[in-house]
Design a protein around this ligand. Sequence first.
Ligand SMILES: CC(C)(COP(=O)(O)OP(=O)(O)OC[C@H]1O[C@@H](n2cnc3c(N)ncnc32)[C@H](O)[C@@H]1OP(=O)(O)O)[C@@H](O)C(=O)NCCC(=O)NCCS
Length: 126
Amino acid sequence: MLVYEGDACIGWCQFGSPAELPNIKNVKAYEKDVTELPAWRIGCIFTTGRQRGRGVARAAVDAALHEIAAAGGGIVEAYPEQVDGRAPQRGAYFHTGPETLFADLGFTRDRRIAKWRWVMRRTVVP
Ligand SMILES: CC(C)(COP(=O)(O)OP(=O)(O)OC[C@H]1O[C@@H](n2cnc3c(N)ncnc32)[C@H](O)[C@@H]1OP(=O)(O)O)[C@@H](O)C(=O)NCCC(=O)NCCS
């Protein structure tokens, strides 16, 4: 999902099936406790430097969720970084997204797969 301002692409949200996106971070920890693969994964998000803090990533993830609904919906996983309870982190560190963004969009924690990274899940209705 690409986000444009005029002709310029200023951000994206990568999403796809587990078969399309097999290379998630912390895959060994992920696979240790996996019971059911999701229908969809959100892999990474990016907003170009000067456009950060304006809701671009939020718009990208929200639009990706709409596309997922249009494509049949189902369980969606994201693998974001915990924000609360730790020192502030630069945006550069959040390539799988900040947990707060996914919590705002209805995702809940499923399990921890690294010190600061969680599997979060949400069901998207078609
Ligand atoms: C993480 C990143 C995508 C955020 O993009 P953004 O467009 O600035 O994010 P938004 O403005 O949509 O923010 C949405 C929410 O995310 C959270 N958030 C964003 N940046 C954050 C930061 N640095 N620290 C903590 N929370 C943050 C906030 O909850 C924010 O909601 P709020 O503004 O209501 O508080 C951006 O900093 C980035 O691109 N970082 C580099 C990631 C990267 O290298 N990706 C490569 C992927 S292959």
